[in-house]
Design a protein around this ligand. Structure first.
Ligand SMILES: C[S@@+](CC[C@H](N)C(=O)[O-])C[C@H]1O[C@@H](n2cnc3c(N)ncnc32)[C@H](O)[C@@H]1O
Length: 204
């Protein structure tokens, strides 16, 4: 896709460069087919976290911890991210990556089915929630995410254009406690390149 005379890369190259560790993790993930959000969306997560001075973040879907590391780095001193993943091999890898980047103190890595773990968390705990697990689960898990988000908090959902997320976009748009916008675009090294990411704020 090109917008007028610009290509997505023209914008991508303006974003902060990955350090060597993250560049290698990105490369390796893409090679192995690990579905990471890629540098453009990761950068967007970082900006959104900083824009509301978020201190508590929840991620659903860790994989190898690529997006988790971007978000953990965006947090202020004392900030914390809880990330959920049911694939034990992926968790092992992610925890190694958290250690290698010196971030393990600010990341709580939980293993198991997010649908069960979400229920055990206190309402209003999180400033930001990033939903990035199985797309067909989004609609059912939305009420839990809204419950766990503080008033004024931000919910970001990746891959909203997937058919498997079914009527999720309508549920988001019509949710009485959320105000939502949809970003449609070509996200560099995102899985897939062209997709929709939603950003919602909990308004009441
Ligand atoms: C798209 S990947 C996450 C990518 C990661 N957020 C990133 O951008 O680097 C989705 C992950 O969610 C995990 N997952 C899917 N459904 C889950 C569930 N119900 N509970 C926990 N993890 C789940 C999958 O095993 C997979 O590793």
């Amino acid at each position: 896709m090109s917008i007028d005379m610009f290509e997505p890369e023209d914008f991508h190259r303006l974003l902060p460069k990955n350090d060597d560790f993250m560049a290698a993790l990105e490369e390796d993930s893409l090679k192995r087919g690990v579905r990471i959000c890629g540098p453009d969306v990761a950068n967007m997560l970082s900006v959104l976290i900083k824009s509301i001075s978020a201190e508590r973040v929840l991620e659903i879907g860790t994989a190898v911890g690529y997006s988790t590391i971007f978000m953990a780095r965006a947090l202020p001193e004392g900030g914390r991210i809880t990330t959920m993943e049911w694939d034990e091999e992926a968790v092992k890898e992610a925890r190694g990556n958290f250690k290698a980047t010196g971030l393990e103190d600010r990341i709580e890595s939980l293993v198991g089915d997010a649908r069960e773990m979400l229920q055990g968390l206190e309402p209003g705990t999180f400033d930001v929630i990033f939903m990035d697990h199985e797309k067909y689960m989004y609609a059912d898990d939305l009420p839990e995410c809204v419950r766990l988000l503080r008033d004024g908090g931000t919910l970001i959902c990746d891959n909203v254009a997937f058919r498997t997320s079914m009527d999720f976009k309508e549920r988001l748009a019509e949710h009485p406690q959320l105000e939502t916008t949809f970003l449609y675009g070509t996200f560099f090294r995102h899985s897939p390149d062209e997709d929709v990411v939603s950003i919602s704020v909990k308004v009441r």
